[in-house]
Design a protein around this ligand. Structure first.
Ligand SMILES: C[S@@+](CC[C@H](N)C(=O)[O-])C[C@H]1O[C@@H](n2cnc3c(N)ncnc32)[C@H](O)[C@@H]1O
Length: 292
């Protein structure tokens, strides 16, 4: 089980780290980006993740880098509550890690059978099981449409309601089978028919879009002027929030005109990178925004 860090060199370039800098990796995951940063710069990195499972991976990074690294469990929307002092760079690599997807027990993946769960913060908040077994048809359809942009959201919601009348929907493969019934005549197999629905439920369960919005808006509280921000999005819903934020504030100056995407070579080596979109921003002085 490994997680290959996406757009690694490009992200490090965006972060523009100098020796002595204090860096936040707000989505530590397997520590891929963190380890590369610490290997290359004499800086300090604070790793943050909402998932308790990241602790054991953080301990390995701590063993190697000692005082140059610390780790905290926290939602990145709450960073200002846990930090002391200001930082010079921050990285957000949104979404789920391969560790989460590959662990059937976490119930994220339609390619591994496990109890439907999808909570990044383990055992906190409502699970995917609760959503599909208790929410109304209208609410399920709205979630699948809003967070999965799935054209067949209504039909899938209706199929879920029909199925659960006879038997609770307990597992990821059960849900996948129910979704498949809506796509019986589908011939194009570019992505699995369950992809959008699983993405939608995961985003809802973890309140992922609000987390991103709050975290970006809170950056003036935690960054030094001149700090750099790197965001890696994996779908248009995430990227839209980043773009809207950068347009609506005056303190985030885009570093590149266009977003950075993986090369064909990277996609071949790491297919998970295929939809990655990297953006970089310079945090510039704006007293008015900081005081608000
Ligand atoms: C794509 S992975 C990051 C992988 C990491 N860059 C690496 O190279 O190993 C995303 C990680 O962010 C975490 N995460 C997602 N949303 C979060 C949030 N709101 N607050 C804190 N961590 C979050 C997930 O638990 C997951 O471990």
């Amino acid at each position: 089980m490994t997680h290959i860090p996406v757009l690694l060199k490009e992200t490090i370039d965006i972060l523009g780290i100098k020796n002595g800098d204090k860096v936040i990796d707000a989505t530590f995951g397997g520590g891929g980006h963190t380890a590369a940063i610490l290997d290359n710069y004499d800086c300090y990195v604070l790793g943050v993740d909402r998932d308790q499972d990241a602790i054991k991976r953080a301990e390995k990074v701590k063993e190697k880098f000692g005082g140059k690294f610390d780790f905290k469990i926290c939602n990145f929307s709450n960073l200002s509550d846990i930090l002391s002092g200001k930082f010079d760079a921050i990285l957000f690599d949104f979404g789920v890690s391969s560790f989460q997807l590959d662990n059937a027990e976490r119930g994220f993946s339609f390619s591994k059978d496990g109890r439907l769960d999808m909570r990044m913060t383990k055992e906190k908040g409502i699970s995917a099981f609760y959503v599909v077994n208790t929410f109304s048809e209208e609410d399920i359809a709205e979630i699948i449409w809003k967070y999965g942009e799935e054209p067949k959201a209504r039909k899938i919601a209706s199929e879920i309601i029909q199925s659960r009348k006879t038997k609770k929907i307990e597992t990821t493969l059960q849900l996948k089978q129910i979704i498949s019934k809506v796509f019986v005549n589908r011939t194009c197999l570019k992505i699995d028919v369950a992809t959008k629905t699983f993405q939608a439920i995961r985003i809802y369960v973890n309140d992922e879009l609000r987390e991103i919005d709050l975290a970006l808006k809170g950056l003036p509280n935690i960054l030094n002027v001149g700090a750099r921000v790197a965001t890696i999005s994996f779908h248009s819903l995430e990227d839209k929030i980043v773009k809207n934020w950068s347009k609506s504030v005056t303190y985030a100056q885009p570093i590149n005109k266009s977003p950075i995407k993986p090369t064909r070579d990277e996609i071949l080596k790491n297919p998970r990178s295929r939809s990655a979109i990297l953006r970089g921003f310079l945090y510039i002085d704006n007293r008015k925004e900081r005081l608000n």
